[in-house]
Design a protein. Structure first.
Length: 291
C-alpha cells in the first residue's frame, strides 16, 4: 500500500517544476511534459520514490540511528522544524555551518560551550559580571542556540540526511557524499540528482508539496521507532523471564545422591600394627643355700 497517492500529490502542487530554460537534463526521466514553459513532473514516479525512501528511513529509525533534516528556505523552515521534532530527529533550518559533518568535533565543542554557559549562569558564576559582559555572553548564547540548538542532541554523525532543495543545500550534500552518508532529497527539475541516493522528484518550493512528502516520510520514521520500542520491550521481558527461571533453579535444594548398590565399600587404610613389648625377664630361681 502506497503512503501517498497521485491525487494527494497533485492537490499539493508537487507536479510543478521550474522553467524549461532552467532545467537540468539529468532530471529528464522524471519529467512528464511541458506546459506554458514549465516542466511538469511525473507524479506516478514520485509516488513510487516516496515509498522507496520511506521504507529506507523506517529501517534507519528502527535501528536507533539519527536522520538529519536540512532546509534553509524561509517558507519551509517551520514545516521542517515541526516534522523533525515530532519524530525526535535533529534538523538545520538556519545557515548550514560549513564543515558540520566533515569537521564534526568542532561543532560538538560549540554545542558544549552553549551547555557550559547555561551551567555557569545557573550556579551563579556570572552574577558578579558587569551588565556589558553579561549582555555579550547572553548574545553569544542566543546565537549558538539559533544555529546549533536543534542539533544539541546529535552526539555523533547522523546516519542519513534528508534535504529539501539539493541545489541550495549542495554544501551539505557534498559533505555527506564525502563521508558516505546516504542522502534523501526532494529534487526539483533544476537540480542534479546524481549525488542523491534516494531521489524524490517534486516541487521543492511550495510549502504544501514539502509538507505532504515529509508527512509520509515522518510517518514511516515513527513506525520504525515504535517497532524498535516494542522489540526492546520484548527483549527485556524475555531476559527478565530467563533470569527468574535461573533464580528458581538456584533456590531448589539439591537432592542427595544415593550410593550405588554394587558399589564397593571404600577401602580403609590399615593402621600399622603395634610392636609387642618384650616380655619382662623372670628372675632366676635362687640356688639353694649350702647346708
Amino acid at each position: 500500500m502506497s503512503r501517498t497517492n497521485f491525487d494527494q500529490l497533485l492537490q499539493a502542487g508537487c507536479h510543478f517544476g521550474h522553467l524549461k530554460r532552467k532545467w537540468n537534463p539529468a532530471m529528464a526521466p522524471y519529467i512528464y511534459t511541458e506546459r506554458n514553459g514549465i516542466h511538469i513532473i511525473d507524479l506516478h514516479k514520485t509516488v513510487g520514490k516516496i515509498d522507496e525512501a520511506a521504507d529506507a528511513l523506517k529501517q534507519i529509525a528502527k535501528s536507533g540511528k539519527k536522520i538529519l533534516f536540512v532546509a534553509t528556505k524561509k517558507q519551509i523552515k517551520e514545516v521542517i522544524a515541526e516534522k523533525a521534532t515530532s519524530v525526535g530527529m535533529p534538523y538545520v533550518i538556519e545557515r548550514w555551518p560549513g564543515g558540520m559533518l566533515t569537521n564534526f568535533p568542532t561543532i560538538r565543542k560549540a554545542v558544549k560551550k552553549m551547555a557550559n554557559i547555561d551551567r555557569l549562569m545557573q550556579d551563579g558564576t556570572y552574577s558578579n559580571l558587569s551588565k556589558r559582559e553579561l549582555l555579550q555572553i547572553t548574545r553569544q548564547r542566543a546565537k549558538l542556540e539559533k544555529n546549533l540548538g536543534s542539533i544539541a542532541d546529535l552526539t555523533r554523525l547522523p546516519s542519513a540526511l534528508f534535504v529539501v532543495d539539493v541545489l541550495k543545500e549542495q554544501i551539505a550534500v557534498r559533505e555527506a557524499n564525502r563521508l558516505g552518508i546516504p542522502v534523501f532529497g526532494i529534487v526539483d527539475t533544476n537540480s542534479e540528482p546524481k549525488n542523491i541516493d534516494f531521489v524524490i522528484p517534486a516541487n521543492d518550493d511550495a510549502k504544501d508539496s514539502v509538507e505532504v512528502i515529509l508527512g509520509a516520510c515522518c510517518a514511516a520514521i515513527s513506525e520504525g521507532l515504535e517497532e524498535r520500542k516494542i522489540e526492546k520491550a520484548d527483549e527485556a521481558a524475555a531476559q527478565a523471564q530467563a533470569e527468574a527461571e535461573a533464580g528458581e533453579g538456584e533456590d531448589k535444594p539439591k537432592r542427595a545422591r544415593k550410593p550405588r548398590k554394587n558399589a564397593e565399600a571404600p577401602k580403609v587404610a590399615e593402621a600399622p600394627a603395634e610392636e609387642e613389648a618384650p616380655a619382662a625377664e623372670t628372675p632366676a630361681e635362687e640356688a639353694p643355700a649350702a647346708e
